[in-house]
Design a protein around this ligand. Structure first.
Ligand code: UT7
Length: 321
């Protein structure tokens, strides 16, 4: 028993920001950003929130999968940029959708969050606890980005993607692996609220994303191919058997490095980062939705989904569409 994706949806903010727009804000250029990352533009929220974007993406996934919100049994939102400390984003999305019977909670594994949420849904379904789930990655990273730091503000975008999954007896997720390495937590971080109460008051550091880009780059190119090979091995498949790689969209050069290590041609790597940048946990489900709606995903195709990010966290799903 496993889960298969029966519907997809995505939602992006209206406002588009080009590299030239950013060059008016910080010392950068369209040429540098395109050459070093492959990113051309991104969507930035001027009012859309993690909850409204996730709810929009979920509605589309439900429509695509032909399911009423009231039938959803599990609703997971992967996010590292929730609007509120409490209640969690998933409960707010549940309320907006009218998914009254769903158990709803958030999960934060940064850019690997969507995959970890998908695997959580898979484990619940395989354990016989739920029969279906809505799994969402939703981020408004623009609120935690330092807009004076050219090394990070050019990378990220806002958006949400969702998939509707249900139990299946054959196909679906064939194997998954996931890993965490908390010893490298400082490589990519964003501080939260400092401890402050009547007994202590610790001065806050800037609550913005801080990143050692080269370290993250090296980690991704080393660990992601290993996790893909590990997951393919569990599924009894080879790199040649994979029809499409749908990977976290952080940097085109990272994808090229991964492809090279796997000995796979770039033509099998789906990409949309040129249009939307790095949307953390939303990256993979938004790309999946674009591929689905473009008719590029045919039943029976073998897909590899792989994500990596802060934590450090990384993982891979091998699935049959
Ligand atoms: O979801 C995971 C999130 N994070 C990532 O995926 C990040 C992974 N890392 C990367 O994508 C790349 O490391 C970056 C795109 C962040 C940086 O590219 P790089 O080729 O590793 O550049 P670098 O950090 O080695 O910097 C090279 C130069 C530096 O100048 P100097 O010291 O050589 O004079 C930077 O100050 O490029 C400079 N630089 C920029 N120049 C123009 C850094 N950012 C920019 C910029 N525009 N936006």
């Amino acid at each position: 028993m496993s889960i298969r994706i029966i519907g997809t949806g995505s939602a992006l903010p209206e406002h588009q920001v080009t590299n030239d727009d950013l060059a008016q804000m910080v010392d950068t250029s369209d040429e540098w950003i395109k050459e070093r990352t492959g990113i051309g533009c991104r969507r930035i929220s001027t009012g859309e929130g993690v909850v409204s974007l996730a709810a929009d993406a979920c509605r589309k996934a439900l429509e695509d999968g032909g399911m009423e919100a009231s039938r959803v049994e599990l609703l997971l939102v992967a996010t590292c940029t929730p609007e509120k400390g409490i209640p969690c984003a998933a409960c707010q999305v549940q309320e907006r959708l009218g998914a009254t019977e769903a158990v709803a909670f958030d999960l934060n594994a940064a850019c690997a969050g969507f995959l970890f949420a998908l695997h959580t849904a898979c484990a619940y379904v395989e354990a016989g606890i739920y029969r279906n789930a809505l799994v969402t990655g939703s981020e408004v990273l623009s609120k935690i980005v330092d807009w004076t730091d050219r090394s990070t503000c050019v990378l990220f975008g806002d958006g949400a993607g969702a998939v509707l999954v249900e139990r299946c007896e054959e196909g679906g997720i064939l194997a998954f692996v996931q890993h965490s390495d908390g010893t490298k937590g400082d490589v990519l971080r964003c501080d939260g609220r400092p401890l402050s109460n009547p007994y202590v008051d610790i001065p806050a550091e800037a609550p913005f994303v801080q990143m050692d880009g080269r370290e993250v780059f090296a980690f991704a190119v080393r660990k992601v191919p290993a996790s893909i090979e590990e997951a393919l091995g569990k599924a009894g498949l080879q790199v040649e058997d994979v029809d499409l790689f749908v990977l976290h969209q952080a940097n085109r050069r990272i994808l090229e490095g991964i492809a090279k290590r796997l000995g796979a041609d770039m033509g099998r790597f789906a990409m949309n980062l040129d249009r939307v940048g790095n949307m953390s946990s939303a990256a993979i489900p938004v790309l999946l939705d674009e591929l689905n709606r473009a008719g590029r995903l045919k039943r029976g195709m073998k897909l590899v989904l792989a994500g990596f990010g802060a934590g450090l966290t990384y993982g891979t799903s091998v699935l049959q569409w």
